[in-house]
Design a binder for this molecule. Sequence first.
Ligand code: GLV
Ligand code: MN
Ligand code: MN
Length: 434
Amino acid sequence: MSRSLPSRSELGREILARAAALARHSDSATNYTRTYLTPAHQAAARDIARWMREAGMEVRVDAVGSVIGRYAANDAGARTLLMGSHFDSVRNGGRYDGVLGILVPIACVAELNARGERLPCAIEVAAFADEEGARFQTSFLASRAMLGRLDPAVLERRDAQGVALRDAMIVAGLDPARIAEAAIDTSRLGAYVEVHIEQGPVLLDEGHALGVVTSIAGGTRHTLTVRGESGHAGTVPMPRRHDALAAAAEMVLAIEKRCAAGGSLVGTVGMLEVKDGTGNVIPGEVRFSADIRAGDDATREAAEADAFAACESIAKRRGVTLERTRTHHVHAVPCAPWLQDALARAIEAIDAPRPRNEVRRLPSGAGHDAMILAEATEVGMLFVRCGAGGVSHNPAETVDAEDAGAAAQALLTLLALLAKKGSGSFLARAEKGT
Ligand code: GLV
Ligand code: MN
Ligand code: MN
């Protein structure tokens, strides 16, 4: 690459302006919420497709609504470097979670296109339609579909209004009978790289603009249903009650206590619903979620076993029943060492804030589409410093324009390293025939 890197501020300002434009596509008039297949979600997909086209990519929308841009290689038979992240959000979330990992690679491809430069690998940028799964409890739906690993049973899941996913797809112009067609030929993949806001305070506290992810914590999500006996709040004596909510409350605390054991282990109950909840009725049925994660699977599995055994014994003591369904499971995933090193070299090559000239490597506690892609190819992740104390899944989530620009410069530098077929990449290995 002969032309010097474009200015960090210029790149960063454009990325943030586009993130602001996407943030206007929200399901809610009062906060940032963009869930799978809503009108706001579809409007965001259209903007992303337009920006991909403007960057010189050919664009397709796959069978589950992901938008995928392709920038061809200088050699028709070349493998593909896939980059991307998701454009759905949690409810009342932040505008950069996921979106940054779409906008930064689009900015990089736009730059290559402006130079008239092609690489020895094709570049695809995937804007995954559903990663958070906030509407249908379907985490990683889009990346699973891309690998042909989406269980068609998810089509029967319903949102809070009772709309089935199958019907939501039809309304959005997608054919639920054809979800298998989202699957790509994974033998053509060379690697997957995801840029993501850190969603924590490490880079911010230590003064690094960027970081290299070493591994991604695995996790499970469960739905627990507690059934007791509903009754009159004024007449049933306290010792005779089988209050499903009081039992669930004790279970929530038991999960919290077991998951507070330290290290990377974390446990969260983020949803709790009292069926037919009424102020003067003893709760008869309660449903709640449990999300448990750790950097290694053994730690998480031990915590799950203990926490759910504690829930069972609480149910027994209180004379209520407990039913548990696991709705989500991903193993902990290591990032490929050669990609970690290549990303570190890319960070070293640009002049971004980096105390003691070190490149910060850190694990991710949050889940990412990279976890699913890791089932098919080697993955790497670049973290971008999160402002406002490192808060995410929260409207206060923020990223500095200079840091977003630095991420684009680092990614462009990574692409230049790959173009030299260096860094132990899939291209270097292909050249050696290994
Ligand atoms: C995705 O945001 C996750 O739940 O980690
Ligand atoms: Mn998220
Ligand atoms: Mn995310």
